[in-house]
Design a protein around this ligand. Structure first.
Ligand code: PAF
Length: 271
């Protein structure tokens, strides 16, 4: 009703879907939506269907009061905070699955994760009927999957991917960073350092994408405290691993540090 009232006043709606535990990365999305849209909706919902049975659903940080203050300060007009029963009726049976893009990388390590993401995002889009939706580049595969879904299912929504916001030492902001012990937090900077190394090798050498991927893997698997899931250079549209150099690529990393799984990425420009 609120969105429709805004639309009747001629305002366009921007949505920023989140799971709460907000940080400066989320704030940057809301602020961007504020600049580009007349009405800004943030959503906060820790979506159970995107967590695996052994993942951190129950201990995922829930900081609603602080989140609401941050949403307001960043310029949100409305914050939608549904419960699990609001979102999923007892008899729900329908899933949205983006097939190929959901199978590799995070999808391979977290079976069913992206089905949960695409389904809840489709539902949020249907509920809020936004004109634009804002996602962070940190979840690179997620934003690609949502773009595919929007195109395949003809949602009349423009997807806007916003740059990764980093801590001063390069660590990509994430709600899960708060799980890290001080020692793990120090180790975690290796992820962004490795991406920087990949960027430099792409720009300043003639190494192939496969060779740079190999150097990323060597560096991370040789770092004590890091359990590497994957580190590779891929095509930014298909996520297929690249052998050769191409003008634009994406370097992607996922690793476990202690009990915390972290992901990070960087767009690479080859000379
Ligand atoms: O990126 C997230 O926080 C979640 O995956 C999203 C898009 C809000 C869906 O639950």
């Amino acid at each position: 009703m609120a969105v429709r009232a805004a639309r009747l006043q001629g305002r366009q709606t921007g949505i920023v879907p989140t799971m709460g535990a907000l940080h400066e990365g989320h704030v940057s999305l809301i602020e961007r939506a504020r600049v580009e849209c007349g009405f800004v909706v943030a959503t906060i919902f820790v979506n159970p269907t995107q967590f695996g049975p052994n993942e951190d659903f129950t201990k995922y940080p829930r900081t609603l009061d602080a989140d609401l203050q941050m949403c307001e300060a960043a310029g949100a007009d409305l914050v939608f905070t549904p419960s699990a029963s609001d979102m999923y009726g007892q008899h729900a049976q329908t899933f949205v699955r983006v097939t190929k893009l959901s199978e590799s990388l995070e999808g391979a390590h977290r079976p069913g994760h992206f089905d949960g993401v695409s389904t809840v995002v489709a539902k949020l889009f249907n509920i809020a009927e936004p004109d634009r939706a804002y996602f962070g580049q940190k979840d690179f595969q997620q934003q690609l999957i949502i773009r595919r879904m929007v195109s395949d299912l003809d949602f009349p929504i423009e997807i806007i991917t916003c740059p990764i916001v980093r801590e001063a030492d390069g660590l990509a902001m994430s709600s899960r960073n708060r799980y890290l012990t001080p020692e793990e937090r120090a180790t975690a900077t290796e992820l962004s350092q490795t991406l920087k190394m990949a960027q430099k090798l792409a720009a300043e050498t003639q190494l192939s994408a496969a060779e740079i991927s190999q150097r990323m893997q060597q560096r991370l698997s040789g770092t004590p405290g890091i359990e590497l899931s994957y580190a590779l250079i891929a095509d930014p549209e298909t996520l297929e691993p690249l052998e050769d150099r191409q003008v634009t690529a994406v370097a992607l990393i996922a690793a476990r540090i202690g009990k915390t799984r972290l992901i990070d990425n960087e767009i690479l420009q080859f000379r």
